[in-house]
Ligand binder design. Sequence first.
Ligand code: NAP
Length: 308
Amino acid sequence: MKTDYDVGIVGAGPAGLAAAVYAARGGLSAICFEKEMHGGQIINSPEVENYPALGKISGVEFATALYDQATRFGARIEYEEILSADLKGDPKVLHGAARDYTVRAVILASGVERRKLGCEGEQRLSGRGVSYCATCDGAFFAGKPAAVVGGGNNAVEDALYLAGLCSKVYLIHRRQGFRATEAELAKLRANPKVEFVLDATVGEIRGESKVESILVKSTAGAPDRVLEVAAVFVAVGLLPQNSRFAAELPLTPEGYLTADDNCRTALPRVYAAGDTREKNLRQLITATADGALAATAAVADLAGEARL
Ligand code: NAP
């Protein structure tokens, strides 16, 4: 059967780009779709220091090297959003914003987006001091006070990065315990510019045309506080981007795709890779490993070989 490409990869983050490297090196014609900027969530990480053998590298450097590697092996990167897909039939059809693409196999690697806080003022002041990307927007608030909301690795990384730019950084977290790793937390605790505001949530983000202050509400019965900040960086978790595939594939209650150890989903020649699938550890190394597994399974399945 003639198709536009052997494999269509949805998402050009670490999982999708690693899949593109392995698919192209495996002899498949591969196209990788990205609706915004290639690189995925890792481009928000100013410093990655837990990827084996790489020492320290910025997320942007990592994404750029992976993009170069994928294109060098012949994968095509197309900046077009995939709006929906017919995954059950043969060929499989990816419905892009501009046109449809027929492929023999699909690797779903559309990643996650940052969750919103949902408080008053957040939407209205988004882009006017409310941000979801510290490395993208932090420089706009150099020398000014800022707040970061969340208790995971992203919040702690964002706070560390902003402490290098801003006059003061409040880290606001709704309880005492953190999800972030202790090594990163220790760096933050040692930074004199950072004030931890624990057992607290943001009740309202205030300001006329830009962020001027936030109302912080205690979850432990302490009085409310108003903190004067020029920016609020929201890092309260991630949401998978799978609803467009829900008619074709079952999702977990949290919206993640399920796949086996080789990233095969319940549908033949459809694979799920990276943060978008149900897994225990969402990190760079598991995303790239998923991409390699999914593409290797696709190469094997398309060649009619025995399952891995
Ligand atoms: P996360 O680990 O899920 O943490 C989200 C944080 O936001 C939690 O502390 C949570 O509080 C808090 N939260 C959730 N909803 C909230 C709300 N409505 N209001 C206030 N707080 C709220 O998310 P993440 O930091 O974005 O990280 C996502 C994944 O990427 C994690 O698996 C993380 O380890 C990984 N990551 C890895 C690296 C790295 O390896 N270098 C870097 C960044 C991220 P509770 O704790 O109370 O639930």
